[in-house]
Structures are given as C-alpha cells and as structure tokens.
Design a protein. Structure first.
Length: 122
C-alpha cells in the first residue's frame, strides 16, 4: 500500500471517530442541541473535523474519491468551510439535519470503505 493511501485511510478513520462523536452528541436530542451550547459546539467541532479529514484524505491520495463511490466528498468539505469561514450564516436546522440524517449515512459508508480499503491492502 502506498504511503498516500495509508494516510488517506488514517484520515477516513478520523472521519469515523468524528461521525461517532456526532451521533453520540445528537442522541441527547433536539432539545439539548437547541438549549445547550456545549452540545451544539461539540457537534459543530466534529463537523469541522469531518471536513478537514476529508480534505486531507483526498490530498494524501486523490484516487480515494474514486475508490469510495458511496461518499460525497465535496459537500463534506463545503460544510466544514461554511462552519469555519462563514460561521455567522450557520443554520441550526441544517446542522441538526446533517448530524441526525447525513452523518449516520456517512458513517455507514465510511465503515464500509475503510473495511474494503484495508482488506485490499493485505
């Protein structure tokens, strides 16, 4: 396995960890998200980790995008950019929807991709 592919897989694992954290935080429910800034901030932070790790995975091995057809890379990176560079336009409805709908789907795709990529490297 190339060094770039190994680094990309490491970043995919970081994405899995971030997705797991988001799922855990959002499991506290919408009321906690709305009323507890720490829960909201934790979810937003992990969204930035997802996006940054996605960018790093693609930078390390651009072919990772083709090797993971179930993952939409651009929206992950764009969400990170929005939260970081345009934080004042962050919409809590979009964040909640991302955390409770998109992230669990992404987590499933990531787990499958990591298993497949690691198995292919043996």
């Amino acid at each position: 396995m190339s060094k770039g592919r190994a680094t990309a897989i490491d970043r995919l694992n970081h994405m899995l960890e971030a997705a797991d954290a988001i799922i855990r935080y959002s499991a506290k429910g919408r009321t906690h998200f709305d009323e507890d800034p720490e829960v909201r901030d934790a979810i937003l932070y992990q969204i930035t980790v997802l996006g940054e790790a996605a960018k790093a995975a693609l930078a390390a091995d651009p072919s990772i995008e083709e090797a993971t057809p179930g993952i939409e890379w651009s929206p992950i990176a764009r969400m990170r950019d929005r939260v970081i560079h345009h934080y004042w336009t962050t919409d809590n409805e979009v964040v909640w929807s991302t955390a409770t709908e998109s992230v669990p789907q992404l987590r499933t795709a990531l787990a499958s991709a990591v298993s497949r990529l690691q198995a292919g490297s043996r």
